[in-house]
Design a protein around this ligand. Structure first.
Ligand SMILES: *Cc1c(COP(=O)(O)O)cnc(C)c1O
Length: 379
């Protein structure tokens, strides 16, 4: 059968037919109790197999070109369950140096307690990943585009390395969304999302998801049964509603971010702009090769004599907020949030100055977003 287009998959894939009334949307099934005798599949919310959970699984699997998927109650539930599904005492895992702050905390605060060894790469080149592989390495974990500098990892390169070494590769695909990047097509084993971000997209859902080969996703599911972290049916319904417009939203996020990035570059009060869609981005060619779009996230550095806090107070529409990927534009100063625990010297070493701002470009008119930034850019 011909595979549906992306927008069609967003709208229709996985939807439950309302056989009772013929309604246009999936009914919400809240039951926590299902038949036990004489049934092949015993349904239970923590088994990740209620009807509404299966809607999300099927829709995401279609978008990620995956055999199977699972919805979780948060991105961190998806990440922790996936990692613990493939790691045990004595194992080692290689993490990309630049990963989401929460993932970093999980590793640093929990792993040694369970006897799991880990190392972070020194850079984002394939050789950096190779250098960290040990005899007991089981998993390679990457995240691209990275937060907050929008660096790009060669997904196919790292996936190939993992295959050669017999390791499981996992990617946090949150920033790109399945519309802009389908890592399974590039050879990665497991794709993870914080659905709190683009999949939800309206700043009103906490959720996560995992997608990949059936056999691997099943292993995550069995670990998930022990850890909990399944998504409620109400939230599945809301997430399904959001995902119907995912492809449409991402197209506009891409367009708006490209416009804002190209205009910021030309402003003398902006020292540097980080956006993979700019030809000046150091990994632009790689991004073009492996991404279908460049995304709605960008970062920029104000001129040295400007103050990032004053700039944010000057903004009228764009809201300083820790979260991202909503329909509304938001901005954050990484030196005060994700990288607050590092010293200024350490931050400078990895390119995160106090004047760096991360912008989540929303779905407002692109001219209005730019106008707000411009009127706030004053000496
Ligand atoms: C937000 C985020 C997460 C964590 O997701 P939660 O839903 O907050 O648990 C993981 N990875 C990335 C890239 C994120 O932006």
């Amino acid at each position: 059968m011909k595979k549906n287009g992306t927008h069609t998959a967003c709208v229709h894939e996985g939807q439950i037919k309302d056989k009772q009334f013929g309604g246009a949307v999936s009914p919400i099934y809240l039951a926590t109790s299902y038949p036990f005798l004489d049934v092949q599949e015993k349904r239970y919310p923590r088994y990740f197999n209620t009807p509404n959970q299966e809607v999300i699984a099927e829709k995401l699997a279609a978008l990620e070109n995956a055999e199977a998927a699972l919805p979780f109650s948060s991105g961190m539930a998806a990440i922790s369950t996936s990692l613990f599904a493939f790691l045990e005492r004595g194992d080692h895992v290689v993490f990309q140096n630049e990963i989401y702050g929460g993932s970093h905390h999980l590793v640093q605060e929990e792993f040694s307690k369970y006897g799991i060894e880990y190392s972070f790469t020194k850079g984002m080149e394939i050789s950096d990943f190779k250098n960290e592989i040990r005899k007991n390495t089981k998993v390679i974990y990457l995240e691209t585009p990275s937060n907050p500098l929008l660096n790009i990892t060669d997904v196919r390169g790292v996936a190939t390395l993992a295959k050669e070494m017999g390791l499981v590769s996992m990617i946090d695909n949150t920033f790109a969304s399945p519309i802009n990047q389908t890592p399974l097509d590039l050879g990665v084993d497991l794709v993870i999302h914080s659905a709190t971000k683009y999949l939800g997209g309206h700043s009103d859902i906490s959720a996560g998801a995992v997608a990949g080969k059936k056999e691997l996703v099943e292993r995550v599911m069995y670990k998930g049964r022990n850890f909990g972290g399944n998504l409620s049916d109400f939230m599945c319904f809301l997430l399904e509603r959001s995902m119907k417009t995912l492809a449409l939203r991402i197209e506009r996020h891409n367009e708006n971010a490209q416009f804002v990035a190209e205009n910021l570059v030309q402003n003398s009060l902006v020292r540097k702009v980080y956006y993979p869609g700019l030809s000046s981005h150091k990994n632009h060619e790689l991004a073009k090769r492996q991404m279908h779009g460049f995304g709605g996230m960008l970062s920029f550095e104000l001129a040295d004599d400007l103050d990032a806090k004053v700039f944010q107070h000057n903004l009228k529409m764009i809201k300083p907020s820790m979260s991202l990927a909503g329909i509304e534009s938001t901005i954050i100063q990484p030196s005060l949030t994700s990288h607050a625990l590092l010293s200024q010297e350490e931050r400078m070493k990895i390119g995160i100055s106090d004047n760096l701002l991360r912008l989540s470009v929303g779905l407002e008119n692109k001219e209005d977003i730019l106008e707000d930034l411009m009127q706030a850019l004053i000496r």
